[in-house]
Design a protein around this ligand. Structure first.
Ligand SMILES: Cc1ncc(COP(=O)(O)O)c(C=O)c1O
Length: 454
C-alpha cells in the first residue's frame, strides 16, 4: 500500500493548485449537489451500486457511519470476530450488544472464510440482531461467500454490511472475485487507496439496497468525517474512477493479471519457500482468494516470517506489507511494474537457493487456535467505560479485560474489552511473543488493563 505505488498519475494537476475549499461551483462533500455528486454517481455506476459516498477519512469512517446508520443505539449486532478496529469502535460508540461469528481456522493457521451456516446459527440464537458485518476479503485476501451470507441475512430482514477495504479492485477483471456490491450486500465499504491508484485515506461507501437509510448515512458521515474535506483527496478519487473507465486501464489490468500469472510460474521453482495459491487451501476453509495478495510461506528455509521480511528489505530493498509467524504478505496493484515482479521473484529464488534449510522448522503460517471463543462478561462499551486498573500478566487470569489485545498485524483482537482473561490466552500470548510476533494492547510495563473490582 498505497495502490498507486508512488507513481505520478498522468494528467493529474499540481496538488497545490487544486487544494481548495468549498468555493463557488465546487460543491460540498457533506451536501453534494454538483460536481461531487456527479463523481459519486460515476463511482456508483462502476460498481453497480445504488448510491456511493466519497470518503476522505478512509474505510474507517465509512464503517463507523454504515453501522451507526443501520443499527439503533443499544441494540444487538452480529460481527465477524476478525473485524477491523473500526467495527469494534462503532459498537463502542453506539453502545451495541455484540455477538460474534468466527471465521474458519485453516490448517495453515490463516483465518479462513466466515461460513453462511455459522451466520445462520447465530441469527437463530439471537433473534433481535439488527445487522451483520463481515470482512471479505481479509488482509490476507481470503474471501467469504458473500452471496450466500446475504441470502441468509436477508431471510431475517436485516442488512449485511461488508468491509471490503481490501477489495476495491474486485469485479474489475474475471481473475478477481466478484465485488460484494453485486452479490447482495446492503452496504460495502472499500479503501480505494489500498489496491487502486488513489491517495491514502480515500475510500468509497456504497449502498446497494433500501435496507439502510441514506439520510442516516449522510448524517453520520458528517459526524465521523472532517468538516474540511480535502479536494486533493477527492480529486484523486475521481481521477482514479475516470481511469477505471478507460480502455488503457482495462488493458493495464489485463497485463497485471498476466504479470501475476508469470510471477507464480517463476516461483514454482522454489524448493523451501512457497508462494501460496488457491490450490493450497481446501474449499471448506476458504471460499475464494484474491490473487493480487502474494502470501510467501517461509516453509523450511530456516527463517521465520519476520526474518524473511527483513531479508527481502535489507538484501533486496523490497518492502513487503507485513510478516506473521511463518509468512510474508506482499500487496500488489495494477500499478506494479514487470520489473517489480521480476525483482521479487528473483529475490525469492536467490534466498531459496542460498538458505540453510531446517527440516524441523516448518511451522503453521500463523498461530493456530489463538482466536478462541472467549467468555463475554460485559459488553465492550461497558468494560471500556468502567474504571480500569493495571495488573501484571501473572495476576491477570480470571480478570475482565478492559482493552483490546491483538497481534499486529493483522490487528484482529485476541481479547475484546469485557472478556475474561484465561490461563490459555496468557500462554498463547507468551508463545506469540517468543516467536517474534508483536502483541499489542499490553501496557509499556508489560502489564494489562483490567476492569477494576469495586
Ligand atoms: C480489514 C480492514 N478494514 C478496514 C480498514 C480501515 O481502512 P482505512 O485505512 O481505509 O480507514 C483496514 C485498514 O487496514 C482493514 O485492514
Amino acid at each position: 500500500m498505497p495502490g498507486h505505488k508512488r507513481m505520478l498519475q498522468r494528467g493529474f494537476p499540481d496538488p497545490y493548485s487544486i487544494d481548495i475549499t468549498e468555493i463557488e461551483d465546487f460543491d460540498n462533500l457533506h451536501h453534494p449537489q454538483g460536481v461531487i455528486q456527479e463523481e459519486q454517481e460515476r463511482a456508483a455506476g462502476i460498481y453497480d451500486s445504488k448510491q456511493c459516498y466519497f470518503l476522505i477519512n478512509g474505510s474507517t469512517c465509512g464503517i463507523l457511519a454504515a453501522i451507526s446508520a443501520a443499527v439503533p443505539r443499544g441494540s444487538r449486532i452480529l460481527i465477524a470476530r476478525n473485524s477491523h478496529r473500526s467495527v469494534y469502535n462503532a459498537c463502542f460508540l453506539r453502545q451495541l450488544q455484540t455477538e460474534y461469528v468466527y471465521p474458519v481456522n485453516t490448517r495453515s493457521g490463516l483465518q479462513g472464510q466466515v461460513s453462511p451456516r455459522s451466520v445462520e446459527k447465530q441469527l437463530k440464537a439471537f433473534k433481535d440482531i439488527k445487522a451483520v458485518v463481515i470482512t471479505s476479503p481479509t488482509y490476507d485476501g481470503i474471501v467469504s461467500n458473500v452471496e450466500a451470507i446475504a441470502e441468509v441475512v436477508h431471510r431475517w430482514g436485516i442488512p449485511l454490511i461488508v468491509d471490503e477495504a481490501h477489495g476495491a479492485h474486485f469485479g474489475l477483471h474475471d481473475a478477481f472475485p466478484e465485488n460484494a456490491t453485486r452479490l447482495g450486500a446492503d452496504a460495502v465499504i472499500m479503501s480505494v487507496h489500498k489496491t487502486l491508484p488513489a491517495f491514502t485515506q480515500t475510500a468509497l461507501l456504497h449502498l446497494c439496497s433500501d435496507r439502510i437509510d441514506p439520510n442516516a448515512v449522510s448524517r453520520f458521515l458528517a459526524v465521523y468525517e472532517t468538516s474540511s474535506p480535502s479536494y486533493l483527496l477527492m480529486a484523486g478519487l475521481s481521477h482514479c474512477m475516470h481511469m477505471l473507465e478507460t480502455q488503457t486501464t482495462r488493458e493495464r489490468i489485463d497485463s497485471y493479471v498476466r504479470l501475476l500469472d508469470n510471477f507464480r510460474s517463476l516461483v514454482k521453482g522454489l524448493s523451501h519457500l512457497k508462494v501460496l495459491g488457491t490450490k493450497d487451501f481446501l474449499r471448506r476453509e476458504i471460499y475464494d482468494l484474491d490473487i493480487g495478495k502474494i502470501i510467501i510461506s517461509a516453509g523450511d528455509c530456516g527463517l521465520n516470517g519476520a526474518e524473511l521480511k527483513s531479508a527481502l528489505l535489507v538484501r533486496y530493498l523490497i518492502q513487503t506489507e507485513m510478516a506473521s509467524g511463518g509468512y510474508v504478505l506482499a500487496m500488489t496493484s495494477f500499478m506494479d511494474t514487470p520489473r517489480g515482479f521480476d525483482r521479487l521473484g528473483n529475490a525469492l529464488l536467490a534466498l531459496d537457493e542460498h538458505c540453510t534449510p531446517d527440516e524441523w522448522m516448518e511451522e503453521p503460517l500463523a498461530p493456530v487456535d489463538i482466536y478462541r471463543d472467549q467468555e463475554k462478561c460485559m459488553e465492550l462499551y461497558e468494560a471500556g467505560d468502567a474504571a480500569h486498573e493495571e495488573v501484571t500478566l501473572a495476576e491477570a487470569a480470571g480478570r475482565i479485560c478492559a482493552d483490546y489485545v491483538y497481534l499486529y498485524p493483522p490487528g484482529v483482537p485476541i481479547l475484546v474489552p469485557g472478556e475474561r482473561i484465561t490461563e490459555w490466552t496468557l500462554l498463547d500470548m507468551e508463545e506469540c511473543k517468543k516467536t517474534g510476533l508483536i502483541v499489542e494492547g499490553l501496557l509499556p510495563s508489560g502489564g494489562i488493563e483490567v476492569v477494576k473490582i469495586r
